[in-house]
Write a protein that binds this ligand. Structure first.
Ligand code: NAI
Length: 260
């Protein structure tokens, strides 16, 4: 089977959480499609110690810049969007930075709850706010693509705090799509299933055992974990003109997990 050819020549794309994992591959694909990419992350180096994402994109002939950004801080998000103006202004905002915190609803500490919600929910909300405000001020409506999760709609053991933060991403996507439509700004989300990255460091053995014993983590129909490469095309599609009549949508890329 062939691949769709994407063309984002002349467009500026911000990808948060782009040092590693899914965001790194999404940033790379936008760079390969001609976009100027702002790689926004708390870390410049990827978790596996490989070359930084902006260098990878440049090595492949693209244009990219690393902007150190903590998405929990709205001032830093505003500085990020201001940095995009040097490339003409943000056209596509990918709110992807995310954090997993495991633990039972019976004993999780308030600080841990706040930590995961600050990155996953608040980071997505204010990432959307600052990007949309800038698009409206420039009179250049673009689009927002958030990283939701299978957890936006499906509960699993020992991760109520993560699931609720991703449930928030789902409703931030839908509510923002509703409000921003009159400005011509589309807002969608990609909902990954189980993706092989270094993300799940905090996933406890106990949680895995419970999930398996209660048959909640049903086998993925396609029979394997996904990869960042499996996901990236969904972001490019949702950010493209081919998705011009798509907003408020959550596109599952999960090997069929959510059909259970
Ligand atoms: P990852 O851990 O490989 O990458 C996450 C990136 O976010 C890292 O580069 C990290 O430095 C960055 N980050 C963390 N906190 C940040 C902050 N405050 N400000 C800016 N950047 C920050 O994880 P992965 O798998 O690539 O996850 C990306 C997104 O996909 C997350 O939103 C995650 O919740 C979501 N997701 C991942 C799944 C998986 O199975 N890997 C499944 C469903 C959703």
């Amino acid at each position: 089977m062939g691949r769709l050819e994407a063309n984002f020549d002349g467009e500026t794309v911000i990808v948060t959480g782009a040092a590693s994992g899914i965001g790194r591959e999404v940033a790379r694909r936008f760079g390969a499609a001609g976009a100027s990419v702002l790689v926004a992350d708390v870390a410049e180096e990827p978790k596996d110690g490989d070359v930084p994402t902006h260098e990878l994109i440049e090595d492949e002939g693209g244009t990219a810049e690393y902007v150190e950004t903590d998405v929990t801080d709205r001032d830093q998000l505003e500085a990020l969007v201001a940095a995009a103006r040097e490339f003409g202004g943000v056209d596509v905002m990918i709110n992807n930075a995310g954090l997993y915190v495991g633990g039972s609803v019976l004993d999780l500490e308030p600080e841990e709850f706040d930590r995961v919600h600050a990155v996953n929910a608040r980071g997505t909300y204010f990432g959307t706010q600052v990007a949309a405000t800038d698009m409206i001020e420039r009179g250049e409506p673009g689009c927002v693509v958030n990283t939701a999760s299978i957890s936006s709609s499906h509960a699993q053991f020992d991760q109520v705090q993560y699931d609720s933060s991703k449930g928030a991403v789902r409703m931030i996507t839908r509510g923002s799509a509703l409000e921003l439509a009159e400005h011509g700004i589309r807002v969608n989300a990609v909902a990954p299933g189980q993706i092989a990255t270094e993300f799940l460091e905090g996933w406890t053995e106990e949680a895995t055992e419970k999930a398996a014993s209660d048959d909640l983590l049903k086998p993925v129909p396609l029979g394997r974990a996904g990869t960042p490469e499996d996901l990236a095309g969904a972001y490019l599609y949702l950010a493209s003109e081919d998705a011009s009549y798509v907003t408020g949508e959550m596109l599952y890329v999960d090997g069929g997990w959510q059909v259970f």
